[in-house]
Design a protein around this ligand. Structure first.
Ligand code: SAH
Length: 343
């Protein structure tokens, strides 16, 4: 079996090259080729000797990203559809904003969380993605932006899947994203979002200085369990306990996402419950008006309701914003990713 080098963090590349009897700096060279220069084959790696390149070609593979479709939104957002080697597909979304460009990446094909309002949950779980497949989304977007003299500045694990249910491969990718020999991003520019896999939330945040986002979506256990089955395993008390424990680097807040569903979780009483639940935790709350898709029949509340909800939180001394609908016209907004699967 040829060895896949794409997806290996620097430590793994070092072990690989040392086992092959190569010098240690070869790993750094390779890491730069893969994650900074976005190389897809060995032939262009001109600082490696020809025999060495031939040897690599014989024993190793470098899987290239296979983007089948680019969909552009009127607001500049782009959605990419990737075909994986076994025929499965996933999507990522590139979101340009003032002063930063964010890529929202998928970590699983489908998702096992089955949150009632999410299109990815509706298609169910297919499989975990490999580190190579996850990182290739970043490689593809990085290369595309580089051609426009732009840089990818932020990565959010908010695409398809539950990143903490694919802990090992996601951890390898985070190592690559943070490494000086990889994408060299600051931890605060990498956000891992979770539906609330409590034990792994803590271990990940102890291991890496990344930002954590929690999809809260309800502040009462009965309602949250109905909307998000994971709540039966890790109820609010445990989730909020973990949010208190997550090591907070100076000035860093835990992001909280809250999808607003009309008549379900959008009342002023719900807002007061959120404020009470999160009291004393440094959080930044993103209110996301429900984005419609073909898999469910929830409805988004009107803007005025979203604003009133936000104001209750602000009056309680919290940082809260209502998120705009980026990429809604190309089904690239939160909760709309289904990679072309139909209901
Ligand atoms: N599984 C992880 C990563 C996905 S993030 C997690 O749950 O955090 C995707 C975000 O979009 C989550 O915060 C989710 O609550 C939100 N979301 C899902 N469906 C949505 C929809 N239809 N409209 C708006 N937001 C939605």
């Amino acid at each position: 079996m040829p060895v896949e080098l794409k997806g290996m963090p620097i430590g793994e590349l070092e072990s690989f090259f040392s086992a092959e009897g190569k010098e240690r700096f070869r790993a750094r060279q390779m890491s730069r080729w893969l994650y900074q220069r976005f190389a897809d084959d060995f032939s262009g790696m001109t600082d490696l000797s020809k025999p060495f390149r031939d040897q690599l070609s014989a024993g190793c593979t470098l899987t290239a990203p296979a983007c089948e479709l680019v969909d552009g939104s009127s607001d500049g957002t782009e959605k990419y559809l990737f075909r994986l080697q076994d025929g499965e597909s996933v999507e990522s979304v590139m979101i340009p904003e003032e002063g930063r460009t964010t890529l929202c990446v998928s970590s699983q094909v489908g998702c096992a969380m089955r949150c009632g309002f999410c299109a990815t949950g509706a298609i169910g779980f297919k499989r975990n993605m490999t580190a190579a497949e996850i990182v290739n989304q970043v490689v593809f977007a990085g290369k595309r932006l580089k051609a426009r003299d732009q840089l990818l500045t932020n990565i959010v694990f908010m695409g398809m899947g539950e990143p903490l249910e694919n802990y090992d491969e996601v951890s390898r990718v985070i190592e690559i994203l943070l490494s000086v020999y990889g994408f060299h991003l600051a931890g605060k520019r990498v956000t891992v979002s979770t539906a609330g896999v409590v034990p792994r939330m803590l271990s990940l945040s102890e291991r890496f200085p990344v930002s954590i986002a929690v999809s809260l979506n309800a502040a009462r256990d009965d309602l949250r369990s109905e909307l998000m089955p994971i709540n039966r395993k890790y109820p609010l008390k445990e989730l909020v306990g973990a949010m208190r424990e997550i090591p907070l680097h100076r000035g860093r807040k835990v992001t909280v996402e809250y999808v607003l569903l009309q008549g379900v979780n959008d009342s002023l009483a719900d807002a007061r419950d959120v404020a009470r639940l999160l009291k004393g935790i440094p959080v930044k709350i993103n209110l996301i008006p429900f984005n419609a898709h073909e898999f469910g029949d929830f409805v988004s509340p009107p803007r005025s309701v979203a604003d009133a909800f936000r104001d209750v939180l602000i009056d309680a001394g919290m940082l809260a914003i209502t998120r705009g609908r980026r990429g809604n016209d190309i089904s690239a907004a939160c909760g709309q990713l289904s990679a072309g699967q139909k209901a």
